[in-house]
Each structure stands twice: as structure tokens, then as C-alpha cells.
Design a protein around this ligand. Structure first.
Ligand SMILES: NC(=O)c1ccc[n+]([C@@H]2O[C@H](COP(=O)([O-])OP(=O)(O)OC[C@H]3O[C@@H](n4cnc5c(N)ncnc54)[C@H](OP(=O)(O)O)[C@@H]3O)[C@@H](O)[C@H]2O)c1
Length: 325
């Protein structure tokens, strides 16, 4: 049985990774769930999920703790956390700590969760530090660990349950309606379901030979926001509309509401992310994606799977702590 160490195990993405590894039909994985606090609620919930999960103390700022946690494992999954790392630079440092600890402990197979390399794709006209920090780290990681697999993900559908929650208001014909607002306009918005990230990762660890050294560009769907609102209405039976917002308005709103983003005290980089996704797009090959995860969830499937009806759900630890959402 393979043992996989999961960095970020107690987080929104990590929980789904751990569960997918445990639920994988091969029954072939044990998990070391890394956390700064093995006695914490999230760590205990994970341990209660299966006796093949053990919570292990480690901190991505402390390379020695990573080396101890990786000793004897067959693979490492890593999702570093930009938001608590505190900056682009710090996330790169933490990612390199993870890769170096893999090298020292002779762990060849690191699956590193990344995002689009925005500053490279836009020829240095747009910066999104919380994308670029992962993408830059991924380049270095593949240079020092040639068998590492880079899983290039996308924004979660689950963001709609938290910081991108649709506004609830009284509809023009009575009753409530939900309003989705962002600057995507009529452009496809590539997103991913957390449970799909789990399945892509379980695939990567079970098919090491075919994914080693590769970048896997994954996602669950690329609907427009109009399609999101229409699908929400038809699945939940609750009316929803999409009201596009200009990038200018979005940036102003971000400045007013986001005042503690590392690297971007004025929220400018969140606007850059939407400008990038809207104008450059996150391109995905769904034929390939279905070949590695036949259960991939388009937005409709995700709505039915989660049963979400527009209510707030605490998903990402960081945002729950910072904003209560
Ligand atoms: N929201 C999206 O759409 C999206 C999409 C793709 C990627 N991402 C990226 O995902 C990352 C956040 O992950 P998440 O969504 O799972 O958030 P989350 O729910 O806030 O979880 C953060 C995780 O990081 C761990 N962590 C933080 N600092 C650590 C440290 N110094 N050492 C060890 N572990 C540490 C936490 O573990 P403990 O507290 O237990 O130590 C926790 O498991 C961000 O970098 C974000 O950019 C987000």
C-alpha cells in the first residue's frame, strides 16, 4: 500500500484530496495528513474519516519538519497556501522547502498544485501573485524533481459558497432571487469542483508512469456566468440572474472590501485575475480531462452533487477565519 503525504490536508482542497485517495477503488493508499496542528478540529475530522489517515505535524516554513513528515512516503501532494504564507515570495519559499524536502527524502513523485502562469502568458502585462507564485515554483520544482507532476487547477465552483456568494434579493415578481455579479461578461469561466481535484490527484498517484514529469491542465467546466445563473435556476427552482460588472467597478469594490490581501493591499490583483480569465481565458481539453476523470462535474452535476441552493457554506479555512464566509 502506498503512503502519500498531503501538504495542506486540512484545507478545502486538501480534504478532498485525502478523501479521494482513501476512497480510490484500488484501496491502495494510506495518508499522512500534514498540518501545523494535529490536535485541531479539521485534523481530527480527517483521522475519523479512515484509520488509514494519520495527522502529522509539519510547517511549510520549516524544511526539517517536512523532511521528517516525508520520511518513508511513496509520494507527496502539495497545495501551499498563498494567503497564510503572506506573499508571493513566501509561497515560493514554502514550495521550494517542500520540493527540497522531497529531494532529501528521495521522494520522486511530488504532485504539486499550481495555477496558470499569468505574468508569462500575458507577457508581463498582468500580475496575479497568487497564481504566479505557484506557477514559478512549478517550473523550479520540475527542474529539481524531473518526475514531479504539476496539477494546474482553476478557481473552485465552491467560491460561490463563500466570497463570491450570489446576493439574495427580493425578485421583481415577489419571492427571492439570487444575483451573480462579476466582470466575466459573456466569456467562459473555467472552474473546478473540489471533488474533481481529489479525483485528478488520485489518478496521478495511481498512474505514476503515465503522469510523471507532466503538467496536467485540469478543470471541471467552462460555463459562462449567464449559463451559471440559468443552471442554478433550473436545478434549484430558485430564480437567479447574472448582472455583469465592469472591471472598473469590480476593482473599486475590491479596493473598498479587500484590504488585507498579501502583496495587494488595494485589491488590484483580484481585478487582474478576472481581467486575465476574461480576456485570455483558461483553456482546457475536456476530452483529455474526461479520459483521466470520467465523473468530471459540469456546473449542473456539481449543483446536484452538493445540493447547494445559494446559502453560505464555510469552505476555505482562510476566508472563514478572515471574513466569516
Ligand atoms: N479558491 C480557489 O478558487 C482556489 C483555486 C485553486 C487554488 N487555490 C489556492 O489554494 C490555496 C489555499 O488552499 P485551500 O483552498 O485548501 O485553503 P484553506 O481551506 O484555507 O486551507 C489552507 C491549508 O493550508 C495549510 N497551511 C497554511 N499554512 C501552512 C504552513 N505554514 N504549513 C503547513 N500547512 C499550512 C492549512 O493547514 P493547517 O492550518 O492545518 O496547518 C490548511 O490545510 C491558496 O494558495 C489558493 O490560492 C484556490
Amino acid at each position: 500500500m502506498k503512503t502519500i503525504a498531503v501538504v495542506g490536508a486540512t484545507g478545502a482542497m486538501g480534504r478532498s484530496i485525502v478523501q479521494s485517495l482513501i476512497d480510490h477503488p484500488s484501496n491502495g493508499f494510506r495518508v499522512r495528513a500534514l498540518t501545523r496542528n494535529p490536535m485541531g478540529k479539521r485534523a481530527k475530522e480527517l483521522e475519523n474519516y479512515s484509520d488509514r489517515i494519520v495527522a502529522v505535524q509539519a510547517d511549510t516554513s520549516d524544511q526539517k519538519s517536512l523532511e521528517e513528515a516525508f520520511r518513508g512516503v511513496d509520494g507527496v501532494f502539495c497545495n501551499t497556501d498563498y494567503w497564510t504564507a503572506g506573499s508571493h515570495v513566501q509561497e515560493v519559499v514554502q514550495s521550494i522547502n517542500v520540493a527540497t524536502a522531497c529531494l532529501k527524502e528521495s521522494v520522486e513523485h511530488l504532485v504539486y498544485s499550481s495555477l496558470e502562469y499569468v505574468s508569462a502568458i500575458t507577457k508581463s502585462t498582468l500580475a496575479v501573485p497568487y497564481f504566479d507564485s505557484k506557477a514559478e515554483s512549478a517550473e523550479y520544482i520540475q527542474a529539481i524533481l524531473p518526475k514531479a507532476t504539476i496539477l494546474v487547477t482553476a478557481p473552485y465552483y465552491e467560491n460561490f459558497m463563500g466570497y463570491a456568494l450570489p446576493e439574495k434579493r427580493e425578485g421583481s415578481e415577489g419571492g427571492v432571487e439570487f444575483v451573480f455579479r462579476d466582470p466575466m461578461a459573456d466569456k467562459p469561466y473555467t472552474m473546478v469542483a473540489l471533488d474533481d481535484i481529489g479525483r485528478f490527484t488520485a489518478y496521478a498517484f495511481s498512474e505514476f508512469e503515465s503522469v510523471k514529469g507532466k503538467k496536467l491542465f485540469v478543470a471541471s467546466g467552462s460555463p459562462t456566468m449567464m449559463e451559471i445563473a440559468e443552471t442554478f435556476s433550473s436545478v434549484t427552482g430558485i430564480k437567479a440572474v447574472y448582472e455583469p460588472m465592469s472591471l472598473k467597478e469590480f476593482r473599486e469594490k475590491s479596493r473598498a472590501t479587500v484590504n488585507d490581501i498579501p502583496d495587494s493591499p488595494d485589491g488590484e490583483f483580484v481585478g487582474n485575475m478576472f481581467e486575465f480569465i476574461r480576456d485570455y481565458g483558461i483553456d482546457r481539453d475536456y476530452e483529455f480531462i474526461k479520459s483521466i476523470n470520467p465523473e468530471v462535474m459540469d456546473f449542473e452535476k456539481w449543483l446536484r452533487h452538493t445540493g447547494w441552493k445559494g446559502e453560505p457554506v464555510g469552505v476555505q479555512n482562510y476566508f472563514v477565519t478572515q471574513t466569516g464566509k
